[in-house]
Design a protein around this ligand. Structure first.
Ligand SMILES: [Zn+2]
Length: 337
């Protein structure tokens, strides 16, 4: 089979190569891949930095493949053969207290497809059966675009307990996560303000938008837009000063959730304001298995529609990563077959 294999750090170390089909362990399924996404996490793996350090080389990239089950391992229902699926990238350990509570997003022993084990930028990928979610009639590219981003923001919304009518600020709203967070919060009946450095032309109807470049401008714009403060802030910007601005703009007992890793890990908060005004700050990464199911169902129902951006054939996988940071909005997709 063909696979995008990273054999040395840097884009020059990435090439499409012929490989044997992956082995299939008990409890796993083999997926013939149609599409896989391009993610910031892949760039970290390619560069060997941040969460990408965990990847041992050579490694087949690709965290979020969608395709069809073509073989099942021992213990997996053979009725799943031929099922259209999309892969949840994070594999929970199944044995820790978080997993026992069904809060697999908080499992400390998660491994990630395409990081800790070979991924889906290949004709075939093996994953635990539980991680291969039926996608019904969802096209593979839409499922690939949805499976990582929509469950994370659903987790953020559910963890902060966003209620109908609450005022929700989304910072970093122009990206894939930000668009999903904006659409989902609006779908749940929240009064949503979407803030971004760039254009927010495609915000859902009724969503207020703020375009502000620079932290001082953002702070002023937030105070002007919602003088009483926000009930919830969902930050997907991965930018510490933006998170700080969001926390400062929370109302009494407001909740902030941080859903993206920052390149610069520093965050400055006013501890007195945070304490006296009973604010809360939560980190959310990945999602529970049940949240992935709910998120895919919300996508199928049209509550949130992930935008598809540029598309590349597997043979041009280097081009996909090379152009990633300059791509137009929307999920970058690699077409494998
Ligand atoms: Zn666990």
């Amino acid at each position: 089979m063909r696979a995008a294999v990273l054999s040395a750090h840097g884009l020059d170390g990435l090439a499409v190569a012929e490989r044997g089909a992956p082995g299939l362990a008990a409890g796993e399924v083999l997926v013939r891949v149609e599409t896989v996404g391009v993610n910031q996490l892949d760039l970290n793996v390619i560069a060997g930095v941040g969460p990408g350090v965990a990847a041992k080389l050579p490694r087949v990239l690709g965290i979020d493949p969608a395709g069809e089950i073509v073989a099942v391992g021992d213990g997996v229902d053979p009725a799943r053969l031929g099922e259209a699926v999309v892969v949840k990238p994070n594999i929970a350990c199944g044995g820790c207290p978080a997993c026992a509570r069904g809060r697999e997003a908080d499992c400390p022993a998660q491994v990630v497809v395409g990081v800790h084990r070979d991924g889906g930028a290949a004709d075939l990928v093996a994953v635990p059966a539980r991680n291969a979610f039926p996608r019904g009639a969802l096209p593979s590219a839409v499922a690939t675009a949805a499976v990582h981003s929509v469950p994370i923001v659903l987790n953020a919304i559910e963890t902060t307990g966003v209620a109908e009518g609450e005022c929700v600020l989304v910072t970093g709203a122009g990206g894939t996560l930000g668009r999903a967070a904006t659409a989902l919060a609006a779908h749940l009946g929240a009064d949503v303000v979407a803030a971004s450095r760039g254009s927010l032309d495609e915000a859902p109807p009724g969503v207020r938008t703020i375009r502000a470049d620079g932290t001082a401008r953002l702070r002023a714009a937030l105070a002007a837009e919602q003088p009483g403060g926000f009930d919830v802030v969902i930050d997907v910007s991965g930018h510490g000063p933006t998170l700080g601005a969001g926390v400062a703009a929370l109302s009494w007992a407001g909740r902030a959730v941080f859903c993206a890793a920052s390149v610069d890990p520093g965050v400055e908060l006013d501890s007195r304001d945070f304490y006296l005004r009973r604010k809360r700050l939560i980190g959310v990464a990945s999602a529970d298995y049940a949240q992935v199911r709910r998120a895919l169902d919300l996508v199928a129902a049209g509550a949130v529609t992930p935008a598809i951006g540029a598309r590349y054939d597997l043979g041009d996988v280097r081009g996909a990563y090379r152009d990633f940071s300059d791509s137009p909005p929307g999920k970058v997709i690699i077409d494998v077959s």
